[in-house]
Ligand binder design. Structure first.
Ligand SMILES: *Cc1c(COP(=O)(O)O)cnc(C)c1O
Length: 400
């Protein structure tokens, strides 16, 4: 599979539309074909042996690699600035593959405290059974991060902005500290997407995505991806992925490739809506506070300005009347959809205290800043006025 070398100099919106310049055509087809096959015939025994030995390129079996999936891997790697990618059936598939491939018994992980629920569960309840210990700390504070690092630390795992609290960690500082301790920096870049943030540029070693969110962008497919700069690290991850088996299906890859082409359009529209909604919410009498990286009162606004190429379309805010207020708002929105997940063309709203984070003990939630009144809003591509009006009528019912 060839790559158009001129694509390196193109802007990110062009690279998204042209799928990173990957040339995969067989008959001149403009859109990559779906190679819906589980296995690939070898022209001879000698060729089969050479492919298995890694001496010649060519596909063997779809769990190991597939041409349609490869196009997606190359496209996301191009957007992130990685040397290649390893696709997975889900974002969690990409994350568990990464952790299992790189950790051993006795290893220590330092992780952001407020992270995606399933990732938290895997680190705390599953990896711990194999003797891997994780410290969950506020990585947005560099001193706290430094204090958590130790001689056994193998990975520093960061989400920035965090889910759902929108805290931001300085990637450059985190990479430096991780490397001083001989650890790798792994970043879950799902909330920003490579359109707004490229952690490899700031020294991260591995970037993981739930493609289910912004990169696919239409709430209709699941998918995951791991990218890295170092080809050796990448081949370790590919080998692990082929063995563990959370591989992406070709049809799934084809659908995500379709979503990916409009990444720039979707991100630009959604973040324009998000900034205006954040400003509107900040002045609303039923709203107690707003956290959006693009607002100057965000505690890490300066870090966001430095490392992000836009502030994204995720907002969290507090409503009057605490838990009850949050529940009321969920029941009153009409245009905005009450659903978990994020990063789609339609706006989605959820209440972490009663939904995604309800299983986290109350004290732990308070400590991580996931307050009862906190509402998470993933702003979509609808008309701004329609979104504002929907929030306005819903908020007017809060505290009645
Ligand atoms: C959704 C999400 C995941 C998990 O992705 P799936 O595709 O649902 O497996 C991981 N990290 C973050 C930040 C997410 O938002």
């Amino acid at each position: 599979m060839e790559k158009d070398p001129s694509m390196e100099d193109r802007k990110k919106s062009t690279r998204a539309v042209h799928l990173g310049g990957v040339k995969s055509s067989v008959y001149g087809e403009v859109v990559p074909a779906v190679f819906q096959t589980s296995t690939f015939a070898f022209p001879s025994a000698e060729e089969g042996a050479a492919r298995f030995a890694g001496e010649r390129p060519g596909f063997i079996y779809t769990r190991l690699a597939n041409p349609t999936v490869r196009v997606l891997e190359e496209a996301v790697a191009s957007l992130e600035g990685g040397s290649g990618g390893v696709a997975a059936s889900t974002g969690m598939g990409a994350l568990t593959t990464t952790f299992l491939a790189l950790l051993e018994q006795g290893a220590h992980v330092v992780s952001t405290d407020s992270i995606y629920g399933a990732t938290h569960l895997f680190l705390e309840s599953d990896l711990s059974r194999f003797g891997v210990r994780t410290s969950f700390v506020d990585t947005s504070n560099p001193e706290i991060l430094r204090d958590a690092l130790g001689p056994e630390t193998r990975l520093v795992f960061i989400e920035t902005p965090t889910n759902p609290t929108m805290k931001i960690t300085d990637l450059e500082a985190a990479a430096r500290m991780a490397h001083e301790h001989g650890a790798l920096l792994v970043v879950d870049n799902t909330f920003a997407s490579p359109y707004l943030q490229r952690p490899l540029r700031w020294g991260a070693d591995i970037v993981v995505h739930s493609l289910t969110k912004f990169l696919n962008g239409h709430s209709d497919v699941l998918g995951g991806m791991v990218t890295a700069k170092d080809p050796q690290l990448l081949s370790r991850l590919r080998k692990a992925s082929s063995t563990y088996g959370s591989t992406m299906d070709p049809h799934q890859a084809w659908l995500i490739l379709r979503g990916l082409r409009t990444l720039a359009l979707r991100m630009e529209r959604a973040q324009e809506n998000a900034l205006r909604l954040a400003q509107y919410l900040a002045g609303h009498p039923k709203v107690t506070w707003v956290r959006y990286p693009g607002l100057p009162d965000h505690p890490q606004h300066a870090v966001a300005r430095k490392q992000m190429e836009g502030f994204g379309s995720m907002i969290c805010f507090g409503v009057k009347n605490g838990y009850e207020g949050g529940v009321t708002l969920m029941d009153r929105v009409r245009l905005i959809t009450l659903a978990v997940s994020l990063g789609s063309v339609e706006s989605l709203i959820e209440h972490p205290a009663s939904m995604t984070h309800a299983a986290v003990p109350w004290e732990e939630r308070q400590q991580a800043g996931i307050l009862d009144e906190l509402v998470r809003l993933s702003v979509g591509c609808e008309d701004f006025e329609d979104l504002r009006r929907d929030l306005d009528q819903a908020l007017s019912q809060v505290g009645k």
